[in-house]
Design a protein around this ligand. Structure first.
Ligand code: UGA
Length: 463
């Protein structure tokens, strides 16, 4: 990405929260020639970022971070009041995890808003506080505005502004997504916040869609619910295809050629993971139920997703017989290839199901091994942690196993020579992602089973 030579003037920007979303957003603004002040509540993270090192793995992010911290485009400060003092437009990009009942846990939003509110007391000019974190409709107009007004002793819309500007970044492609968003949604209720957001984004070549803050908050939930629905649709149909004796991949490719449907998010696999789809669907269900609206689609989407991970193990068991005592190489632990994030990764339910059926998983991921084991420990599965073996390479996992299950399609799996796969005791591969392709392996006498593809395909029938 080349920095705009003469970017049109824009507001001073601060971002509170330097996680995936906050950092990718900050660096996208910097790449477009804006100066950004960053703050994170975690001092360790502040110093890591200030030193130009990314606190997590995300392709392309480290080099951009180094460049902009060195050039002074991104400055990290040690207090929210400094972030407020340096900016007219302040984005909140703090975590909004699931609470115990699926509701959005606003602890981090509240605590940041309290501090921003106090800091606003000492600022003699207009500041707009814009929510980037995912929050249910009404949070910006409700809790955020109330806390800021209460703490700042100032009037919303007269002395300070609020807004919503949800993010649509996908892990693994965050830098590209932040630089070239499909659309920029701004939820505003006062003209000054509108102009600040429009001026900040004037350097991006993406359509800007404007609505109320609650509308913008709902766009985020609707978008994620639609994407998750498509994945569950593809997965449910993959089971239909298996019993119909056909391969789901060409079927959905043909379905997706209809421009009313489109090809995206129709890849059948082990189910969706990641920190957003499940969390957001649960939050949506909870929020609607509290308003006596019974939603059926999100519940069905979540149920299909849960079922799909078990289905992967069913396919393995159908082919291998009882899994009791068998060693299973579980390849790909991240929720998808290209990142080290294991949040809601389908590798967890597959792992648990394997253990429940008496199998011994041997784990491998190019990047996510430590996060996966930490996740097991955090979920209370400590009994398993001591027994769980994490291999140093895919080849090492294969050499010790009877069969392999591929959960995430890391490119390196495609490069494994057939002779290394052939070390599997049962010479059986269950590929949940169509990662490695069948022909080459079947020629070496390996049994290759893919989700959504029957063991034996029916020949086209002559009418
Ligand atoms: C998702 C959305 O795609 C982003 O637009 C959104 O901003 C983000 O959530 C969020 O709310 O923060 P992300 O979870 O990073 O992004 O990753 P995706 O690429 O959407 O994948 C989600 C899961 O669905 C992964 O497990 C992936 O493997 C799975 N998937 C995706 C499929 O199984 N099939 C598909 O066809 C597509």
């Amino acid at each position: 990405m080349t920095r705009a030579k003469n970017p049109p003037p824009g507001p001073s920007i601060a971002i509170v929260g330097l996680g995936h979303v906050g950092l990718a957003t900050a660096l996208a603004f910097c790449s477009h020639g804006r100066h950004v002040t960053g703050y994170d509540a975690d001092p360790q993270r502040r110093s890591t970022v200030a030193g130009g090192t990314s606190p997590f793995y995300e392709p392309g992010l480290s080099s951009l971070l180094r460049r902009h911290t060195r050039a002074g485009g991104l400055k990290v400060v040690d207090s929210i009041s400094d972030a407020v003092a340096c900016s007219r437009l302040l984005f909140l990009a703090v975590p909004t995890p699931s609470g115990p009942m699926g509701e959005v846990d606003l602890t981090a939003v509240r605590s940041a808003a309290e501090e921003i509110g106090v800091a606003l007391r000492n600022v003699g000019r207009w500041t707009s506080v814009v929510m980037k974190s995912t929050t249910v409709p009404g949070t910006v107009d409700g809790s955020l505005t109330r806390i800021l007004a209460h703490r700042s002793l100032r009037q919303p819309d007269l002395d300070f502004g609020v807004g919503s500007n949800p993010e649509f970044l996908s892990e693994g492609t965050m830098v590209h997504d932040a630089l070239h968003p499909y659309r920029i949604v701004i939820g505003v209720r006062d003209p000054r916040t509108r102009s600040l957001l429009r001026a900040a984004y004037a350097v991006f070549r993406s359509p800007i869609v404007e609505m109320t803050p609650a509308g913008a908050e709902l766009v985020k939930y609707a978008a994620n619910a639609m994407l998750a629905t498509r994945v569950s649709f593809a997965n449910e149909f993959s089971r239909v295809a298996e019993v119909a004796g056909v391969d789901i991949y060409p079927v959905l490719a043909a379905v997706g050629l209809d421009p009313r449907i489109g090809p995206g998010f129709l890849r059948a696999g082990p189910g969706f993971g990641g920190s957003c789809f499940t969390k957001d669907l649960r939050a949506l269900l909870r929020w609607a139920a509290e308003r006596s609206v019974e939603l059926q689609i999100p519940s069905a989407v979540l149920a299909v997703n849960e079922r799909q991970a078990t289905h992967v193990v069913d396919v393995a068991e159908r082919e291998a017989g009882s899994l009791r005592g068998k060693k299973v190489a579980l390849l790909g632990l991240a929720f998808k290839a290209g990142c080290d994030d294991t949040a809601e990764s389908r590798a967890y339910p597959i792992y648990s199901e394997l253990r429940r059926r008496g199998a011994h998983p041997i784990l491998y991921d190019p990047r996510a091994g430590p996060n996966f084991v930490n996740g097991l420990a955090a979920s209370g599965s400590t009994a398993h942690v001591g027994l769980t073996r994490v291999a140093r390479s895919a080849q090492e996992a294969l050499a010790k196993s009877d069969l392999a299950i591929i959960q995430a399609d890391w490119p390196e799996f495609r490069k494994i020579p057939a002779r290394d796969w052939a070390r599997l005791g049962l010479r059986l591969i269950v590929d949940a992602r169509r990662s490695v392709g069948s022909d080459r392996l079947e020629r070496h006498g390996l049994r290759y089973r893919a989700i959504g593809r029957p063991a034996q395909q029916r020949r086209p029938e002559v009418a």
